[in-house]
Ligand binder design. Structure first.
Ligand SMILES: Cc1ncc(COP(=O)(O)O)c(C=O)c1O
Length: 388
């Protein structure tokens, strides 16, 4: 495959993603699926009702390329309300087919072959694929266990004359790290000093259990050099709707829009008004979504610790990472591939998010965005694994 003339040979994983593999395994083995990050319950009823209403009202044809006016207005109002940021909904907001398309379109729009993109590892797998598709190179800075800190000098050293973008994901998948104010201040300072554009992936912005989500664009000098990306899927438990967005200064949005229009052109007509409803929900409702997930996160973390895993800190997102070495195992990929047969549970090997395979190998990611009884069942089954 490495000699293949096709672009696909450069893409991370060279085939279907580990999430697809593990979800298929969960179905085939009737296992509890704590692999792929999708909830097993619907989000706020108002949001889902609004989608049904929109379909019934005939909002089923191509929406405007930049997104419906009401969703763009809702995105701008949401950024202002939660973070004090000001975006013009007509020129500084673009609706995309999930954050995934926003990331791909941004990198395709801004990177030339040979350019470099810095990101932190472990990294969400679409970053590597999007960077490859643009013909660019990734440079990674490692978030180190056990506390997911990074070496500031490693970040400084990763910047070269070819660096085009710095891609930051906070709250972070797969670790659940929420970057601190000091860490973000350092990232911002380096972007300003080296005249870099930052791309932020904030899809878990409302799913923080400890600390606070701080958008990088709010740091000194960053408003005009940050492309802020988020999406509705995680917050409103509608990962299948694929409604995301980009907020940035007009010329950057125009560049991303140019790439987007030849990827999907437009997307999700009836879901756009529904997400607009979601973004306008009262603060208590939105905070309640995070609090409910936080309870599930604690339930799973305690359960995994009781089973005997070393549970690494995680302060947000859908995920809990464990180190399997406490079980005398070191190969997370083999562990996850055999786990359904051994005890009927599916998880994701974190090594797929790493360039440094040694660092990622003993780590395994479990999703907590499931009903409490599903989490309990998974923990029960994992306990049997130990008993054997
Ligand atoms: C960090 C991160 N970014 C982006 C995405 C994709 O978001 P969307 O479903 O909106 O494309 C995910 C989904 O798991 C994610 O974890």
């Amino acid at each position: 495959m490495a000699d293949s003339p096709y672009l696909a040979s450069r893409l991370h994983g060279f085939g279907t993603t580990i999430f697809a593999e593990m979800s298929a395994l969960a179905v085939a083995k009737n296992a509890v699926n704590l692999g792929q990050g999708f909830p097993d319950t619907d989000g706020p009823v108002e949001v889902f009702d609004a989608a049904v209403t929109a379909i019934r009202a005939g909002q089923n044809q191509y929406p405007p390329g930049i997104g419906t006016p009401e969703l763009r207005a809702a995105i701008a109002a949401h950024r202002l309300h939660w973070y004090g940021q000001s975006f013009d909904p007509d020129t500084e907001v673009l609706v995309t087919a999930g954050a995934t398309e926003a990331i791909a379109a941004t990198i395709l729009a801004l990177c030339e072959p040979g350019d470099e993109v810095i990101t932190f590892e472990p990294y969400y797998d679409s970053y590597a694929a999007s960077i490859s598709m643009a013909g660019a190179q990734r440079r990674v800075v490692q978030l180190r266990t056990p506390d997911w800190s990074f070496d500031p000098d490693a970040l400084r050293d990763a910047i070269t004359p070819r660096t085009k973008l710095l891609l930051l994901n906070s709250p972070h998948n797969p670790t659940g790290k929420v970057f601190s104010r000091d860490e973000l201040a350092l990232v911002a300072r380096l972007c300003v000093d080296h005249d870099l554009v930052a791309v932020t992936d904030e899809v878990y912005e409302h799913l923080v259990f400890e600390g606070e989500h701080l958008p990088l664009a709010n740091f000194p000098g960053m408003a005009d050099r940050t492309i802020t990306i988020s999406s509705a899927g995680k917050t409103f438990s509608c990962t299948g709707w694929k409604i995301g967005w980009v907020c940035a200064r007009p010329d950057l949005v125009a560049a991303v829009r140019t790439a987007k229009q030849f990827l999907t052109y437009v997307n999700g007509a009836p879901f756009q008004p529904a997400v607009a409803v979601g973004l306008g929900l009262p603060d208590d409702t939105i905070r309640g979504i995070g609090a409910e997930l936080g309870a599930k996160h604690r339930r799973l973390s305690h359960g995994l610790a009781a089973v005997g895993f070393t549970v690494l800190p995680s302060h947000g997102t859908y995920f809990v990472t464990v180190d399997i070495r406490a079980f005398g195992e070191t190969d997370g990929l083999a562990f996850c591939r055999t786990l359904p047969d051994r005890c009927g549970v599916v998880a994701v090997p974190s090594v797929v998010f790493y360039d440094d395979k040694d660092a990622g190998s003993p780590l395994v990611r479990f999703a907590c965005c499931k009903k409490p009884e599903v989490i309990d069942e998974a923990v029960d089954r994992l306990t049997q694994l130990v008993a054997r």
